[in-house]
Write a protein that binds this ligand. Structure first.
Ligand code: GNR
Ligand code: NI
Length: 166
C-alpha cells in the first residue's frame, strides 16, 4: 500500500499523453490499488494515472460516499456520446478551483477491468462527467483547457501564488 504524489497544474508532466496498457499484470494491479488509495485519501471521486506521473491509460473512479463502488477503467475507448450537460467541475490537480464545463450527458465506453477483461459502461450525469474528465487527463488535457485562455491564465497565477505563500 502506498500513496502517490498528485501533480498540480501547471506542471508540464500533466501534458504527457498516456500509453495503452499492453498487459494487465500484477504491476498494473499494484498501480491501480495505489491509485484507489490515493484517490480515497485525497479525497476525490476520480483519478487518472497521468495525475500521479504514471503515463499509462488507467483511471479509477468511485462516486459513492464510503468507497463502496470502485470502478477501474484501463485503456478506455469512447464508443458513443449523447446530449450535453453543463456542471461544475473540480480537479485534484487544480485544487480549490471549481468551474462549469460542458460535457456529454450520456456516454458509452469500452475498457478493460483489473482482471484484463473487456467491459462496456454506459454512464450519465456525474459519472459521465467524471469518466470524460479522467479520459481528458489521459490525453494530457485538463478541465481548465475547456475555459477561455484568460480564465486559465488567472487560475494558473492564483495556484502558483498560493504555493509560493505556503
Ligand atoms: O474529485 C473530483 N471531483 C470532480 C467533480 C466534478 C467533476 C469532476 C471531478 S474529478 C475530481 C478528481 C480529479 O481530479 N480527477 O481527475
Ligand atoms: Ni482531474
Amino acid at each position: 500500500m502506498a500513496l502517490f504524489n498528485i501533480l498540480q497544474f501547471p506542471d508540464p508532466k500533466l501534458r504527457t499523453p498516456a500509453k495503452p496498457v499492453t498487459c494487465v499484470d500484477n504491476t498494473i494491479r499494484q498501480i491501480v490499488e495505489d491509485m484507489f488509495e490515493t484517490m480515497y485519501d485525497a479525497p476525490g471521486i476520480g483519478l487518472a494515472a497521468t495525475q500521479v506521473n504514471v503515463h499509462k491509460a488507467i483511471i479509477v473512479i468511485d462516486l459513492s460516499k464510503e468507497g463502496q463502488h470502485p470502478l477501474c477503467l484501463i485503456n478506455p475507448k469512447l464508443l458513443r456520446s449523447q446530449g450535453t450537460q453543463y456542471e461544475e467541475e473540480g480537479c485534484l490537480s487544480v485544487p480549490g478551483i471549481f468551474e462549469k464545463i460542458e460535457r456529454a450527458q450520456e456516454i458509452t465506453v469500452q475498457a478493460l477491468n483489473q482482471n484484463g477483461d473487456t467491459f462496456t459502461l454506459t454512464a450519465e450525469d456525474l459519472l459521465a462527467v467524471c469518466v470524460l474528465h479522467e479520459m481528458d487527463h489521459l490525453k494530457g488535457k485538463l478541465f481548465v483547457d475547456h475555459l477561455s485562455s484568460i480564465k486559465r491564465q488567472r487560475i494558473r497565477k492564483k495556484l502558483v501564488k498560493a504555493r509560493q505563500d505556503d
